[in-house]
Design a protein around this ligand. Structure first.
Ligand SMILES: Nc1nc2c(ncn2[C@@H]2O[C@H](COP(=O)(O)OP(=O)(O)OP(=O)(O)O)[C@@H](O)[C@H]2O)c(=O)[nH]1
Length: 547
């Protein structure tokens, strides 16, 4: 928008609005990040639970393998079976090391990690398992599972003791059949006691997983609902605000149109992009001779007589956004031209960049002005240029002659005995004669030469670009001849002659008043020489000037 461009919108604090928008966007961003973190933590917890269930499987397998290998060892005393027993038991012992460490107030997490690795748990799962053990201990099901695990470890301790006893006997001698049966029976008992504990551990973890899944879904549901509700409220508010702004704009537009409609001046609004007319009031319809129904097809450019005027207006409007009092030549839809004084202002109208223009038809003003101008520079009786215009023209001509070293002459013409015509035929006839004199003089010179009436029966001719004194004399003689013929004045016949004085530029001077006075003096000489003749200015004529 241009610096001074007014807008048909409600005044609002853009800074405050922007700040509020930023707060809302960040609020939503924080909720989305929170949702993501919650989902991450939930997935971590669930996968830790899954890792424990998997670990329990490995633990059970280790325990079962250990009892099987130890049972074989008790029967056959094969050393390989004992090694298999130790290897299988190491899995359970690793988990036990981890559990014991994690139950400490300040556990060494490296020790716990190493224990879980020994328990054949996947290294990627171990951080989650440690987290679940330490942070979720106060969840009853987790506590119960750890309790079952502790109980299982106690039975494992018994298994270890049985293994140690079998080994110490087998190292010294062969076990008796009764001893073997006794050990097998103990091992069977241990296995039987461990199996429900393992099942309990698994089902407890299953309960936890289901509970967690439910809780996670619930929390997710609540968070997503809050997010959706917030998004809905925010969107609704935006829509309401947008509608309020639209309503205000429409109301502003309507008010503006009402004001413009009753304005006494033709006013129209054009869209800057394509110059289409988007609003036109009744006085403008009349001025441009158009119908409101045709508004859609109107283009401002069609109203200019000269497209350069249009360019001038657009350039001025683009500069400051405001144009005042520009005079343009326009035409209406019928092609009739008229002069208008233009004032334009860039505005926002209906959300678009537009130009609002008020214009005044100044045809009458210009006509009066032209008339006054004409009167100021023309003689009313003969319609010839008057003294003022002659002096202006003489000034310009002398300037031009000076620039190009040219020549020009002034012929000062005064009628002889004109007073007698007035006296004998009346003033009106005298006027008629003066009009005919004007026409005859004009007929003797070129269109480019200037003929003027100075006053009364005094006329002047400004002759440009002639060959010299003979040329000027020739023209003067021609005028004498023309003026000396009879005049027919409404049934009367009159006869006058004229005396002509000539001054030449630059021969007789370069200053306009001096040149005119010199021509006047030469004319005076012609009068004194008996009238009806032509005289060139001579320097000695100046001595006759008063002073
Ligand atoms: N009808 C008419 N007479 C005018 C007008 N303006 C001036 N006169 C008369 O023109 C005459 C001009 O005076 P002069 O030049 O002294 O009269 P003149 O008889 O031509 O005298 P000379 O030039 O010495 O021959 C006066 O009688 C003026 O009243 C005019 O607009 N209409």
């Amino acid at each position: 928008m241009a610096p001074h461009e007014p807008s048909l919108s409600v005044p609002v604090s853009h800074n405050g609005k922007r700040r509020r928008l930023i707060v809302i966007v960040w609020m939503f961003a924080a909720m989305v990040v929170g949702l993501f973190l919650f989902a991450y933590a939930s997935i971590t917890l669930l996968s830790a639970g899954r890792a424990y269930v998997q670990g329990e499987g490995l633990w059970s397998k280790g325990q079962k393998d250990a009892i099987y290998a130890l049972s074989r060892y008790a029967l056959y005393a094969n050393d390989a079976d004992y090694q298999t027993y130790l290897t299988a038991l190491a899995v359970n012992q690793g988990d036990r090391i981890a559990r014991l460490e994690l139950e400490k107030a300040e556990p060494d997490l490296h020790v716990a990690h190493a224990g879980f690795v020994q328990g054949r748990n996947h290294p990627d799962d171990i951080p989650g398992m440690i987290f679940l053990f330490r942070q979720m201990r106060n969840v009853p099901e987790i506590d119960k599972a750890i309790h079952l695990w502790t109980q299982a470890d106690q039975h494992l301790e018994m298994l270890t003791q049985v293994g140690t006893r079998i080994r110490s006997i087998a190292n010294t001698r062969a076990l008796t059949k009764e001893e073997s049966q006794g050990f097998l029976s103990q091992l069977h008992d241990i296995n039987a006691q461990l199996t429900p504990l393992e099942d309990g551990f698994s089902s407890t973890l299953g309960d936890v997983a289901r509970k967690f899944t439910f809780l996670i879904l619930l929390v997710m549901f609540v968070l997503v609902s809050v997010l959706l509700a917030g998004a809905y409220l925010f969107s609704r508010r935006l829509v309401l605000q947008f509608e309020a702004v639209q309503d205000t704009l429409q109301a502003g537009k309507k008010q503006l149109e009402d004001v413009l409609q009753f304005a006494p001046l033709p006013i129209l609004i054009t869209q800057s992009s394509d110059e289409s007319v988007v609003y036109i009031n009744d006085p403008a319809l009349v001025q441009f001779q158009v119908n409101r129904a045709d508004m859609g097809s109107m283009r401002a450019r069609d109203f200019y007589v000269d497209s350069a005027d249009r360019d001038r207006l657009i350039a001025a409007a683009q500069g400051t956004g405001t144009v005042r009092g520009l005079e343009l030549h326009l035409k209406d839809a019928q092609g009739k031209p008229f002069w208008a004084q233009y004032s334009s202002q860039r505005i926002r109208y209906d959300g678009q960049d537009c130009l609002m223009t008020a214009l005044v038809n100044i045809d009458e003003k210009r006509r009066v002005h032209d008339d006054l101008h004409y009167r100021a520079y023309h003689d009313e009786l003969t319609c010839l240029p008057n003294r003022a215009m002659f002096m202006d023209a003489l000034k310009r001509t002398l300037g031009r002659m000076e620039r190009k070293n040219g020549m020009c002459s002034i012929l000062f013409i005064d009628l002889d005995h004109f007073k007698a015509v007035n006296d004998q035929l009346g003033h009106e006839m005298g006027d008629l004669l003066l009009q005919q004199v004007a026409q005859r003089i004009q007929a003797c010179v070129r269109a480019s030469d200037l003929v003027a009436r100075l006053a009364g029966d005094e006329f002047v001719v400004l002759i440009e670009e002639h060959e010299g004194a003979d040329d000027a004399r020739g023209i003067a003689q021609k005028i004498l001849g023309a003026l000396g013929r009879d005049y027919s004045l409404s049934g009367n016949t009159a006869r006058v002659t004229a005396s002509i004085g000539i001054s030449r530029y630059p021969h007789d001077g370069v200053e306009l008043n001096r040149l005119l006075t010199s021509a006047d003096l030469a004319m005076y000489q012609a009068k004194t020489q008996g009238k009806n003749n032509v005289q060139f200015y001579r320097r000695e004529d100046s001595s006759q000037l008063p002073g």
